[in-house]
Design a protein around this ligand. Structure first.
Ligand code: AFD
Ligand code: MN
Ligand code: MN
Length: 431
């Protein structure tokens, strides 16, 4: 396919030419440092080259809170423009070649044409997301009573139908997974029978599961609260794994880093899910208090590293297979979403690269010998390493920019788009 990338290739080449000598120097120096620890930098670079994380179609516009949304001049106003911005992120970072779409937000009439359009921008589609947490105009049965777990059969049927449609759309787009997150739950004690609500959810998801193609996954995304504030139907990884086990082998759990109670040990959840063959994928983001949807690694990069440490560990013990889907799920309320996504992709890649640097043999030996300090220091040594020359070298080799945010600013993308894209609304609301 003839790709037509949004930023002029000359501009990226020129950006890199002024920086490549310094980068080579830093890469070689890090290479010597790693060699002394018995690690070949090119091996790490090869792994980083193959590493990819999908971006959310809903993350390229300015997000908002329930109080307000502050639009950004030149932000995308339709799906074509969203894809264009996703292509910019991937062109400069070379780590985000797939877009995870959300329906009905991303509904179009011709999905074959949409796939083609994305392909021309160097993009493909990742897991489709269904949306039964808000009503669409003219919807026959409201989700105000819940969706897949609603007490109202007609509402449940509508929610099932929507998920089936998402699978059909996903097939046309070349996706191989559907992520199901529901806002179902209760705001008051006594509002909902916990058991019956879960039973209804399981029945509804079984109907969706039955329509999954053989090579597809259904990822169940748990979330502790919001929009329901007293209880949610799939509140944590416990309910999620039990539901996934009941549904069957194609059902797995999706871990959104922001969907846990504060201080929960997410890396341990990752290890547990993998142990039972139910680790489906991730929604990366960062948070301080709840489902904050802040940029990955911006608050707690150490946690991100510890998650990847478990992932690298899991990869060495594939058990029932190891192939989690990596996706970003963020809301960019105060930054340019393109810059946030580039920065997040870099943080996620760095966490992965650092986890690869962990001396596994030394770590396992220290664990077996109960040498607590040595085990801890083994992790720390990897975490402290500045891996940015590896990520930059990989980006440049793949045709991206050495300093992608600087290159993005040099390209003047947003200013150019502000002149041609329509202004967007300031309406409050969570997207
Ligand atoms: C939710 C979940 C989920 C969903 C998104 C919608 O994280 O992934 O698709 O928000 O914006 O909190
Ligand atoms: Mn999510
Ligand atoms: Mn969320």
């Amino acid at each position: 396919m003839n790709t037509q990338l949004p930023i002029q290739a000359d501009l990226v080449d020129q950006h890199n030419s002024t920086r490549s000598e310094a980068l080579r120097d830093e890469y070689d120096s890090l290479g010597r440092q790693l060699e002394r620890a018995g690690v070949r930098i090119d091996d790490i670079a090869a792994r980083v080259t193959a590493f990819e994380v999908a971006i959310p179609s809903w993350g390229v516009g300015r997000g908002g809170t329930r109080f307000a949304r502050f639009p950004l001049a030149g932000e995308p106003t339709n799906l074509d423009e969203k894809l264009e911005d996703c292509a910019v992120i991937n062109q400069l970072s070379r780590a985000t070649p797939r877009v995870s779409p959300h329906f009905p937000w991303d509904k179009v009439t011709d999905y074959a044409a949409l796939r083609e359009e994305a392909g021309q921008l160097g993009l493909a589609f990742d897991a489709v997301n269904s949306n039964t947490f808000q009503d669409q105009p003219g919807q026959a049965h409201s989700y105000a009573t819940g969706s897949l777990s609603s007490t109202c059969a007609a509402t449940r049927d509508l929610a099932i139908e929507h998920n089936l449609e998402c699978i059909e759309i996903g097939k046309a787009l070349g996706a191989q997974a559907i992520t199901v997150w529901v806002g179902d739950g209760a705001n008051f004690a006594g509002q909902q029978d916990f058991t019956r609500a879960l039973d209804r959810y399981l029945q509804s998801t079984a109907a969706i599961y039955a329509a999954l193609p053989d090579d597809w996954l259904m990822m169940l995304e748990h979330k502790m609260y919001e929009p329901a504030f007293y209880a949610t139907v799939i509140q944590d990884w416990g309910t999620s794994i039990l539901a996934a086990q009941q549904l069957g082998p194609k059902a797995k759990c999706l871990v959104d880093l922001g969907h846990h109670a504060p201080n929960v040990n997410i890396e341990q959840i990752v290890a547990r899910l993998h142990h039972f063959g139910k680790l489906g994928g991730f929604h990366f983001n960062d948070s301080k208090y709840g489902d904050d949807d802040l940029d990955a690694g911006s608050i707690n990069p150490h946690q991100l590293f510890l998650v990847f440490n478990e992932l690298v560990e899991a990869e060495l013990n594939p058990l029932e297979g190891f192939d989690p889907a990596y996706m970003i799920d963020q809301s960019h309320n105060v930054t340019d979403p393109i810059e946030s996504m580039i920065s997040s992709a870099e943080e996620i890649t760095a966490a992965f690269a650092k986890a690869l640097l962990v001396d596994r043999e030394a770590l396992h030996a220290a664990q077996e010998a109960n040498d607590v300090m040595l085990a801890y220091q083994t992790l720390r040594r990897a975490y402290r390493t500045d891996v940015s020359p590896i990520a930059a070298m990989v980006r440049m080799t793949k045709g991206g920019a050495i300093a992608p945010i600087a290159a993005y600013r040099e390209a003047g993308w947003r200013t150019t788009k502000a002149a041609v894209r329509k202004p967007t609304s300031t309406a409050a609301g969570i997207v």
